[in-house]
Design a protein around this ligand. Structure first.
Ligand SMILES: Cc1ncc(COP(=O)(O)O)c(C=O)c1O
Length: 336
């Protein structure tokens, strides 16, 4: 991907990172004033005019507000940062950005964010006669997973893309832009794009009765592989013929910690050792957050549009772990 097409985001951009981004004409979304001042210094040093946007956080009616990222709209920090950029010719302000949260179930929150970003863009037009090229509304659109504690299933409660689109486009169209000066709309959808594309295949290790009589089934995957089971009730289905009778069970992973619970209560046909299950909708934030703890991480297989399978990440071996480790010379040999 050419650097000029990369939007560079996040609170921890090192000086080396920023130099690389400036050199490649990337779009740098500024998170805080220290970064703003550093980019200014680098611009002078490198004799370049970086293309920047600011990340804006705001009250969209969903709490808590993600106000640790970017500049706040309501208290004037965002407008202040805009002026600091505009009154100095070292950077070019090309966009405005917000990412209001994740798994946001309210399309209206995006409408409010789009109105507030539009308001800033129109303020820039009024004061500096400059059009902002794009509004980036970030990601956070809900996938079809079911949040823990939710009575209804995610497929029934998550808004559709049309509902999000309606809220955002209505807010921008009503904001007061001249028609041929409407900004480009960018989105950064993560989980809603990829969650449904991933499934996890697992195997039953054992069944047992807990002290209160409940059935417990122990699987060969736990929160080490399925981090998102901390906040989702993932749909789980048997991967072989099953009986029509069911029993409520707790599903545990294989780790040595009590927190390793995949489902506190799930209604499934009784599964026996070596039976397989499919855990659905695990494509987002699992492989990025899985950990190497007790068990090796599994292989990842992609099934393409022609239903052909390709291994796209090998299963871990002891070598994968040891290759990164360095042993001090004097510890290499010792006598017991
Ligand atoms: C700036 C930014 N944009 C987009 C995303 C994607 O969010 P989601 O996966 O909730 O759509 C993230 C996730 O952390 C983010 O920090």
């Amino acid at each position: 991907m050419p650097g000029s097409k990369i939007i560079f985001n996040g609170p921890d951009k090192t000086e080396t990172d920023l130099k690389l981004a400036i050199e490649n004409n990337s779009l740098i979304h500024i998170d805080h004033l220290d970064e703003l001042y550093l980019i200014k210094e680098l611009a002078v040093e490198m004799n370049k005019k970086p293309r920047v946007a600011i990340r804006v956080n705001m009250d969209t009616g969903v709490y808590p507000i993600w106000d640790r990222f970017g500049f706040n709209y309501e208290n004037g920090q965002a407008w202040d940062a805009i002026n600091k950029i505009m009154l100095n010719d070292k950077m070019e302000l090309v966009g405005l950005h917000s990412h209001i949260g994740t798994f946001m179930l309210s399309p209206n929150a995006y409408g409010i964010a789009a109105s507030k970003l539009s308001d800033l863009a129109l303020g820039i037009k009024k004061k500096y006669k400059k059009n902002i090229q794009y509004l980036d509304l970030g990601g956070g659109f809900a996938s079809k997973n079911t949040l823990k504690g939710s009575y209804l299933q995610g497929v029934d409660t998550s808004p559709t893309f049309d509902q999000y689109a309606e809220a955002i486009s209505t807010a921008i169209l009503n904001a007061g832009f001249v028609e041929d000066e409407l900004p480009l709309l960018l989105l950064e959808s993560g989980r809603s794009l990829i969650d449904e594309a991933g499934s996890l295949l697992g195997t039953v290790i054992s069944n047992k009765r807990l002290s209160d009589g409940r059935r417990a089934t122990i699987m060969d995957f736990g929160v080490n592989i399925l981090f998102t089971s901390f906040w989702y009730d993932h749909k789980i289905s048997p991967a072989q013929d099953f009986s029509q009778y069911t029993e409520d069970a707790v599903l545990y992973g294989p780790l040595c910690m009590n927190i390793d619970v995949i489902r506190e209560n799930v209604t499934l046909p009784p599964l026996k050792r070596d039976d397989h299950v499919v855990v659905h909708t695990v494509g987002a934030y699992n492989m990025t957050q899985w950990m190497q703890f007790i068990a090796m991480r599994p292989a990842v297989v992609m099934i393409d549009m022609n239903e052909k399978a390709h291994v796209i990440r090998n299963r871990e071996t002891l070598d994968s772990i040891e290759s990164a480790e360095v042993m001090p010379e004097y510890l290499k040999k010792f006598k017991l």
